[in-house]
Design a protein around this ligand. Structure first.
Ligand code: ADP
Ligand code: ASP
Ligand code: MG
Length: 454
């Protein structure tokens, strides 16, 4: 049994949907297919929700656009006589969407619960269309309702999958008599039964969950590029696809901003040792990238990635020197903030904390509150957040065995007059992360790529 996931751009044109149908015909193995919402629809749903919460009634226009987009797509894909209630299914979802949006506009606020309901409509509608198309072209097709089967729990303000409950649900619901089964991506529910989602980009994770629950022979992530590249091909013209990568490398890369795989996807397939391929729906014959425990050791650096909208906080003062417990207090107050890099110089005079810019105000308030006494006494300086930074990460398992890699990277950056503000290397030595000014991001990324992948 294989699980195939098709992203938003892969379910948005007649050509790619035809490709999906043809890809599914290539094997006799049972297949589960997980699709995202049509491309940009989740953004439009978020836009409509934000408008409604601000009492901006043009949210209704956004709903009309979403409805028309799905109707047109149905007309392009399915002859009228075979549509058989499909447009009514879309209209039913749009009616519900409008009702929730109206409630949001009356309340003048967007709760988390309402947000989840709104963004869930994209996957419900796209998967209904794909399901019908495959019934017509690929024989009898089963359906697994992810919004019932995938159970999430809230951890640190984010939804994560309760894997044991979810796996049991999936094992029970899956009917192997269907050669093909459609299961929508992204959508889920929590233990109380309210709608939730797996986070933006979460359909990859949905597919990994089905693959792990049913011990699939393979997970295929079909997208709009031919695999994982040496850098985001939209940012580096000469980037090229990698044939082989290890789970660990993909985990690091996706955690450090590479959108091609949603980071939580890796763990479930790694745990079950399920090979994962990244493939291109627009060019189904391209080789793509195969992710397993093995890597290609000839290439010490595999890929570069950048993470934008980063803030740096520098905590300094004589009070830090030789005093135990300072770092503990600091991280305690940051328990709600996603800390990306921490670095302390040996002199102990300063600790640098790298976080997402959106968390900066919260972090500054928490730290200055905790150290109010020390600040007033002059032991530590009041912390301020500096924004306008990005992280540039280089990832590769082979870096730990190859000397001089960081030296080459720094020379290349120096030659291009890129100022490095902070360097961090994980003890696993799979990644080296550098904090630089956002304005230098494109130049630095291209300079490093040129140095290592000439
Ligand atoms: P989907 O909608 O199929 O999930 P995404 O847009 O989420 O697709 O992910 C694919 C995109 O990821 C590519 O179009 C590419 O711009 C971006 N990307 C970022 N880093 C990389 C990388 N190292 N290799 C390939 N693609 C990357
Ligand atoms: N539709 C969702 C999003 O755009 C989930 C996904 O595409 O993976 O974030
Ligand atoms: Mg994606």
């Amino acid at each position: 049994m294989k699980v195939l996931k098709f992203g938003g751009t892969s379910v948005s044109t007649v050509e790619t949907v035809q490709n999906i149908s043809a890809i599914l015909k290539k094997t006799d193995e049972n297949q589960i297919i997980v699709c995202s919402a049509l491309s940009k629809v989740t953004n439009m749903l978020e836009e409509a929700a934000a408008k409604a919460a601000n009492k901006d009634m043009t949210y209704r226009d956004v709903c009309t656009q979403i409805k028309m987009r799905h109707h047109e797509f149905i007309d392009q894909l399915i002859p009228t006589e075979q549509q058989d209630g499909l447009k009514q299914t879309i209209d039913y979802h749009i009616d519900n969407l409008e009702k929730v949006l109206e409630a949001i506009s009356l309340l003048n606020e967007l709760s988390q619960r309402a947000y989840y309901i709104i963004v869930s409509f994209g996957e419900k509608m796209s998967n209904a269309i794909i399901y019908r198309y495959l019934q017509i072209h690929n024989g009898s097709v089963g359906y697994l309702d992810s919004s019932e089967l995938i159970i999430t729990k809230t951890t640190n303000g984010k939804e994560d999958v309760n894997r044991s409950k979810t796996y049991k649900n999936i094992e029970k619901a899956y009917d192997p008599k269907f050669k093909i089964t459609v299961a929508p991506g992204f959508i889920s529910r929590n233990e109380e039964g309210f709608a939730t989602t797996l986070g933006r980009g979460g359909s990859d994770y949905t597919a990994a969950i089905y693959a792990a629950a049913l011990k699939a022979s393979k997970l295929e992530i079909w997208t709009d590029v031919s695999g994982i590249y040496t850098a985001d091909p939209r940012k580096v013209q000469n980037a090229r696809p990698l044939e082989k990568m290890s789970y660990k490398e993909v985990l690091e890369l996706s955690n450090l901003g590479a959108k091609v795989i949603y980071a939580p996807t890796v763990q479930p397939v790694l745990d079950e040792n399920i090979p994962m391929a990244i493939l291109n729906t627009f060019r189904p014959d391209d080789k793509g990238t195969l992710v397993t425990t093995e890597t290609d050791n000839e290439k010490p650096v595999k890929s570069f990635s950048t993470m934008d909208n980063i803030a740096m906080l520098t905590f300094t003062g004589t009070g830090l020197v030789g005093n135990t417990g300072i770092a503990g207090r600091l991280f305690n107050v940051l328990s709600d903030v996603n800390v990306i890099i921490i670095s302390q110089a040996c002199s102990e005079m300063s600790i640098s904390i790298v976080i997402n810019a959106k968390d900066a105000a919260k972090a500054v308030k928490a730290i200055n509150g905790e150290f109010d006494f020390e600040i007033r006494k002059g032991f530590v300086k009041e912390i301020v957040a500096e924004t306008g930074y990005c992280i540039l990460a280089m990832v590769g398992e082979g870096m730990k065995n190859a000397a001089g890699i960081t030296g080459r990277a720094f020379t290349a950056l120096g030659n291009n007059k890129v100022n490095i503000h902070l360097i961090a290397q994980g003890s696993s030595e799979i990644n080296v992360s550098i904090v630089i000014k956002s304005d230098d991001s494109a130049k630095a990324l291209n300079a490093l790529h040129e140095e290592f992948f000439k």
